[in-house]
Design a protein around this ligand. Structure first.
Ligand SMILES: Nc1ncnc2c1ncn2[C@@H]1O[C@H](COP(=O)(O)OP(=O)(O)O)[C@@H](O)[C@H]1O
Ligand SMILES: [Mg+2]
Length: 509
């Protein structure tokens, strides 16, 4: 659905039936699809803004890329042999017809002379040219006003860099090997690369077996939970230990299986799009999560800015940042298994920030947006598996004590945020919201809630009280809420209201 919309934006049409098209035509479509996919990832949560970036042709039919059939082996053999520098017969005992159209080439299963089953990805001969043509045609909207908060140039650069990396199968081979070496997670398997057979256009690796995620929803609860843990560990180990995250959470890229002893195995394929994360960023992100957890004296704004977020954009929502972190990192803030099924982050962000939401989304540095796609992909997978995992436990295991200690100790550069009026730390925030009702000087009710409940005052107060408040012009709940969002949930009196009979005191402490 989402991808379809993006395809529309790129303006190409395909018939719903399987069709065999000319090589040029197919390569053009695939080039467009590949760009669209990364663009969708870059746009990420701000996907609805996609139309702002591109000139749309409304007259174009919805596209169905599945309609493309792979080319026969005879047509791809010359490409393979040229890349190998020798006859395919010398290397392979057998090569099958293609099993899949990959984004920039196609995949054939084969058997090496030594009997090893492999998957051979062969790049289409003219795909690099097609990509370059599409990149140069990628006209961005000239309506500067409309795209104002969005770093269009940054996204475009990111798109280009990713496409160029994805085009080079040798670079993919290297990144796959690096990942296999650094991301050691029990139950995770990365196919072995036959480096001597790889080149810019050909990738040879052991063939993985297994089924797609939609076929394991009937696995036992225990197995699905194990799978959930492997998937989360993989993302966090890639992020914090390897500094290289698998960035393409497509369902087709994971094959699920069991090993000889019956334990679940996750075969992670396709290292065409991996996201490098520098060591300083890893530490900063870890610090931010730990600080949200411990409510420590760290200012999230400083942390975000050090991570590369745009300070001027964040300035619009700086008072809300501690609460926003509470939402963003919620799975890591609880000590038990997190109920992923009931988590609706987007709704929470929208409730908190409203129209100002785009200030946060557009502040994300363009080279980090694909990371948000990786996380969204994982959340989607966990929801599909219907499992809850103990995210904090897994984060601790993945990052390890030493890195966690290191992260806590880093000092943030100061004075980078001197133009921002509200720069509050987690520790500045109130812990709880207190409500005290008394009648004729005697307490009749006393309630305490978590501090962020104050953002939902309208709904937590009894109807009769909100009615009274509405009549009392001096107290405007909406205005109170707006002020809290702007200035943060710091300890303060929210209101103290007396109607002659009853007294209502509401405060943050
Ligand atoms: N090592 C492998 N073992 C089994 N199947 C594979 C392997 N590598 C690729 N495939 C199959 O080929 C498809 C496309 O390969 P992939 O590397 O994901 O290409 P792309 O980067 O173009 O998406 C995969 O979704 C999978 O079905
Ligand atoms: Mg793939």
């Amino acid at each position: 659905m989402r991808i379809k919309k993006i395809f529309n934006l790129f303006g190409f049409a395909l018939s719903a039936n399987k069709v065999r098209r000319s090589q040029n035509e197919v390569e053009k479509l695939l080039a467009q699809q590949a760009l669209a996919k990364i663009l969708a990832g870059i746009q990420g949560i701000s996907l609805e803004k996609a139309e702002l970036f591109l000139d749309i042709d409304d007259s174009i039919d919805p596209a169905l890329v599945e309609a493309i059939e792979p080319f026969p082996l005879t047509q791809m053999l010359p490409v393979l042999e040229q890349a190998l520098g020798q006859s395919a017969k010398k290397v392979f005992k057998r090569i099958d017809e293609a099993v899949a159209v990959a984004s920039l080439g196609q995949v054939h299963f084969a058997v090496l002379k030594n009997g090893q089953e492999v998957a051979v990805k062969i790049r289409y001969p003219h795909i690099a040219d097609a990509i370059n043509t599409e990149l140069s045609l990628l006209e961005l909207s000239s309506d500067i006003e409309a795209v104002k908060p969005w770093d269009v140039e940054g996204y475009k650069t990111e798109l280009k860099n990713n496409m160029l990396r994805e085009l080079d199968y040798l670079s993919e081979a290297d990144r796959q090997q690096y990942f296999a070496e650094k991301v050691s997670v029990e139950g995770l398997s990365t196919p072995f690369i036959y480096k001597q057979l790889c080149s810019e256009r050909v990738l040879v690796q052991t063939r993985a077996k297994g089924v797609l995620i939609n076929q394991i929803t009937n696995w036992s609860q225990q197995d699905r939970e194990a799978v959930g843990c492997i998937l989360l560990s993989t993302l966090l180990t890639g992020l914090f230990i390897a500094g290289e995250v698998h960035g393409d959470p497509d369902a087709d890229n994971i094959l699920f299986d069991h090993d000889e002893s019956g334990m679940p195995v996750v075969n992670l394929l396709d290292y065409g799009c991996t996201i490098p994360v520098s060591e300083s960023r890893r530490l900063l992100l870890l610090q931010l999560i730990i600080a949200s957890r411990n409510q420590s004296a760290i200012n999230p704004l400083d942390c975000f800015v050090a991570l590369g977020f745009d300070v001027d954009k964040l300035a619009h929502i700086s008072g809300s940042l501690p609460v926003l972190c509470q939402f963003l990192f919620e799975p890591f803030l609880v000590d038990h298994s997190f109920q992923i099924g009931g988590w609706n982050l987007e709704t929470k962000i929208t409730e908190l920030l409203g129209d100002k939401r785009c200030w946060f989304l557009s502040a994300i540095p363009s080279d980090l947006v694909l990371l948000t796609r990786a996380f969204r992909g994982l959340i989607q997978q966990l929801k599909q598996l219907q499992v809850n995992v103990n995210c904090w436990d897994i984060l601790q295991q993945s990052a390890g004590d030493r890195l966690m200690e290191q992260a806590i100790k880093i000092t943030l550069p100061d004075n980078i945020t001197q133009n921002v009026t509200t720069n509050i730390s987690f520790a500045d925030q109130a812990e709880k919201l207190c409500v005290l009702v008394s009648k004729n000087g005697r307490m009749t009710a006393s309630i305490t809630m978590s501090a962020d409940a104050v953002l939902d005052l309208e709904n937590i107060m009894p109807e009769s009280v909100t009615e009274l408040l509405r009549k009392n012009k001096a107290i405007d709940l909406n205005q109170i809420e707006e002020n809290l969002k702007a200035n943060g949930l710091v300890p303060q009196t929210i209101f103290d209201f007396d109607n002659g009979e009853k007294n209502y005191k509401v405060w943050l402490e």
